[in-house]
Ligand binder design. Structure first.
Ligand code: COI
Length: 335
């Protein structure tokens, strides 16, 4: 049995080596390139593929994969918005994901964005670099006593809820499908609007379903408290970025922590010579603000997470290829 992996970084290659040592009967090969119309030919002759990328999976590449006789795809991540499930259905693919590689990785990163904004770390960093070690006027705020609004309470959102409660925050949460493990905490409100109205800090933890594109638009920002801290470590497309920029300009949003951006595929995971070479106007409009922290989609990026992404995706690909039930099958019947 032969499995081909796309988009493998050196840190993943180490975990792949470990997995290979435990699974000597399975042949694997990989490329550091992502899965595209140009690279799909690399998987010819293999039985299954394992993928990870934020770029969309094209119908053309999937069609070729199907023509090569590959029907089992495992992705090493949780978000599936790069696929049009209709393509997968039409071409007869089975798909697995890794939905719980490490909810803590993203929840802890979210917490760090909140803390860095509340304690005005970007401003202190600038002052420090200028040998200005005075406190005033860069006074901070605490999570303790704040109301934190959580949109989406799956694996990640529920860890964020517990972390925020441990800090002493009041948590208000909304999800179309409340998490039964959280219902006894009394955190759920009846609508997204209620979260937007009540929270001092709002953080998004939902997948990007088509109906949720620009879930946070101009009207949503208008409903928020003045000076709200807004965090997005989920998907850039959930937010109308131009509306966010306006809300930052007006002071409606007092601080934004962004691990994802609508146009991130033109920017993140690339190396530019200098920051002014990044031509994306939304990125440039968000840059160099004392109250905006951007990280390049790194919330997931911990050793625990990467280990589990590699191991769980390969284990499930093997399960599918050997006719066994995978641990994390994806229901592709609609999206
Ligand atoms: C995900 O797991 O969906 C992420 O956002 C992480 C990234 C490696 C794509």
């Amino acid at each position: 049995m032969k499995i081909f992996l796309y988009g493998i970084r050196p840190d993943e290659a180490e975990y792949l080596k470990q997995w290979n040592a435990l699974n000597p009967d399975i042949e694997t090969d990989y490329t550091d390139q992502i899965f595209t119309d140009e690279t799909v030919d690399l998987s010819k002759g293999y039985n299954g593929v394992v993928l990870l990328q934020t770029q969309p999976y094209t119908r053309t590449a999937l069609q070729k994969l199907h023509d090569f006789g590959v029907s089992k795809i495992s992705v090493r991540n949780v978000g599936l918005d790069g696929f049009d499930f209709k393509d997968l259905r039409d071409l007869g693919f089975s798909l697995t994901s890794v939905p719980v590689y490490s909810p803590n990785a993203i929840a802890e990163h979210t917490t760090s964005l909140i803390l860095r904004l509340l304690r005005r770390v970007p401003e202190f960093d600038k002052k420090f670099a200028n040998a200005d070690f005075r406190w005033f006027p860069t006074i901070g705020e605490e999570i303790n006593g704040k109301t934190v609004g959580i949109v989406g309470t799956g694996h990640i959102g529920s860890v964020v809820a517990r972390l925020m409660m441990a800090f002493g925050a009041k948590v208000v949460a909304y999800d179309i499908k409340p998490n039964p493990y959280l219902e006894n905490l009394g955190i759920y409100v009846d609508s997204l609007d209620e979260v937007l109205k009540q929270a001092n800090i709002i953080t998004l933890h939902t997948p990007l379903a088509k109906r949720d594109i620009h879930m946070i638009d101009e009207a949503a920002f208008a409903k928020m408290k003045d000076g709200v801290i807004f965090i997005n470590a989920a998907r850039g497309g959930l937010v109308d970025t131009d509306a966010l920029i306006k809300a930052l300009d007006s002071g409606k949003v007092g601080g934004a922590g962004l691990d994802v951006l609508e146009s991130e595929n033109d920017v993140f995971q690339k190396k530019f010579d200098k920051i002014s070479d990044v031509k994306d106007p939304q990125f440039q409009a968000l840059l160099n603000r004392d109250n905006v922290i951007m990280t390049p989609h790194t919330a997931f990026y911990t050793t625990t997470a990467v280990h589990n992404m590699v191991f769980d995706s390969l284990n499930d690909n093997v399960k599918m290829l050997t006719g066994k039930a995978p641990k994390y099958p994806v229901d592709i019947s609609e999206n």
